[in-house]
Design a protein around this ligand. Structure first.
Ligand code: FES
Ligand code: FES
Length: 210
């Protein structure tokens, strides 16, 4: 027979202790209309339950608000690629190890495969699509071209987003700092030498150097 004094995992409260507490306090605690109520006062709003089906959300991407529906389990990366057709961020490992899906959330680089779309609702999302154009590249994009810093190009959008964010924080980096700074982004083609050269060249250009 099960031991009724056993602690429920994670609750820190035994079944017997819980029942004792209830009888001591009478019916003083309960849930009314989704809110926790103690002694007749609402003490804490219960978290809203969403899903498991499609849920309407709004995402602010590159300054534009987009309305869409997603299951709550949908990652930001899948929402962008599969629902909004914004495909610059690439899906490679889909588990936060390669950096191919790097974008910015509120100006900070993030792996889009490791963030739920519903959790990004109140944030400014910036993707590679908003950085430069083929006619007007950023200094870093031009430096990638100049230094042959890509082969298949699959890691490149995420790499650019990571390197641009790195340069904002480190406008005058050393070679070793660049190497450390891009360590969260993997290039299967092994173009690291060119990428580091490109970041160093862009740093110089951005400071007004040749
Ligand atoms: S696809 Fe997101 S880190 Fe690899
Ligand atoms: S250029 Fe091919 S993975 Fe980096």
């Amino acid at each position: 027979m099960a031991d009724s004094t056993k602690t429920t995992r994670g609750s820190g409260l035994s079944r017997r202790g819980f029942l004792k507490g209830i009888s001591a306090g009478g019916v003083a605690t309960g849930l009314v209309g989704g809110a926790a109520v103690q002694h007749g006062k609402v003490v804490e709003a219960a978290p809203a339950v969403v899903g498991p089906g499609d849920t309407a959300i709004k995402l602010k991407i590159n300054g534009e608000v987009k309305s869409l529906t997603v299951e709550p389990r949908t990652t930001l990366l899948d929402a962008l690629r599969n629902r909004l057709d914004i495909t610059g961020a690439k899906k490679v490992c889909d588990r936060g190890t390669c950096g191919a899906c790097t974008l910015w959330i509120d100006g900070q680089p993030a792996y889009a495969c490791s963030v739920l779309a519903i959790d990004a609702e109140d944030s400014e999302i910036t993707t590679i699509e908003s950085l430069g154009t083929p006619e007007r590249m950023t200094a870093l994009q031009q430096a990638f071209v100049n230094n042959d810093a890509q082969q298949c190009g699959f890691c490149t959008p995420g790499m650019i987003m990571a390197c641009e964010a790195f340069l904002k924080e480190n406008p005058s980096p050393t070679r070793d700092q660049v190497r450390d700074g891009i360590s969260g982004n993997l290039c299967r083609c092994g173009t690291y030498h060119g990428i580091i050269d490109a970041v160093l060249e862009a740093a110089k250009t951005m400071k007004g150097g040749a």
